[in-house]
Design a protein around this ligand. Sequence first.
Ligand SMILES: [Zn+2]
Length: 362
Amino acid sequence: MMNKARYAFLSLMAFLVLAASAVGVRAEPAKSTKPAKPSQSVKPPFGGTIFVNRNIITNEDPSAFKCVVPAGRAEVGMFDRRPKQPHKVNAYLFTATFTDGQTMEIRVNPEFGAEGALAQAKIYLPYIGQMPYTVRRDIKRVLIHKGKKGFGGGGAGILIHTDMGESYMKSGILTETLIHEASHTSLDHRHSGAKGWLEAQEKDGAFISGYSKSHPRREDVAETYLMYFAVRYKPDRIDQKLKDTIIKTVPNRIKYFDSLNLNMYPVAGPKAPGSAIAAVQTEALRKELKLNAEQTAKFKTLGQELDEEIKKLKKQKADTRAIKTQFDKKALALLTAAQIKSLETTKSTPPPPRAKQEPKKK
Ligand SMILES: [Zn+2]
């Protein structure tokens, strides 16, 4: 029991640290105190790399997600970016398994209800499974809340706010964003302060994005890794100009990542058994989304048809009313004429004398 309590406390602390770092409270300056070289004043080619290209990973890419099963409920710490949210909630818990043997705990805010919580886990897990093992490996927990707030990564987890997630899905950059956040979780603590990385930063003398330039220790690995991933593993998804820009801006950081021989499953490398199932699940989800879109379109058309019908009926009603008014007017005129005529007849011809009746004798 003590161990459990200690674990809970440690995970809470880990998440508080993650929270602070994710919102920028713990933004650390680069260790180097040397003045920036003139080349470091070079304007970065991008603002933030998650927005650079929506096709780096698409729904067609395989996923290592295998299955998810309910694991009950528990009072757990769940960092939430929305204001005035409790630190601990009675979350719905799930265990997710991946085809390379990795497992994760999924903590879903009770605000979704039991079925909704499972549905949310099923929405996000295929995307999480699309990330290469090298950025997925240290994710022990995934936190899912409602709200349109920024995602987060670091500590031992990633943070998802579903209204923001939907907007990323619509823009086609959900997995790209997850790769950025998961880089905080799995790459930062290994590389952001490593000698080789700091040397590569210095040699490149430039940053890939304004965001990484503003936070060279906190964001540079995550910002650069996604672009490295695009150049090395999805070169057919991006155009030559983008490739050239990335290679020209951070050649030494690319060399650094190349030297690590990272495990890229399921993006590249040997396929683990079961990856076909995951691909099928991704495909099923894609179909479901397509079906939803089709149904929405159908309802929209039906709505438009109904609107037309209502318009027609309203016009018919107005026409009928006009005809009735005309008819009433005519009828009134005729009636008036008939009454006048009848009055005139009454005036000119005296009423016929009443037939005399013999009084009845008693
Ligand atoms: Zn970041």
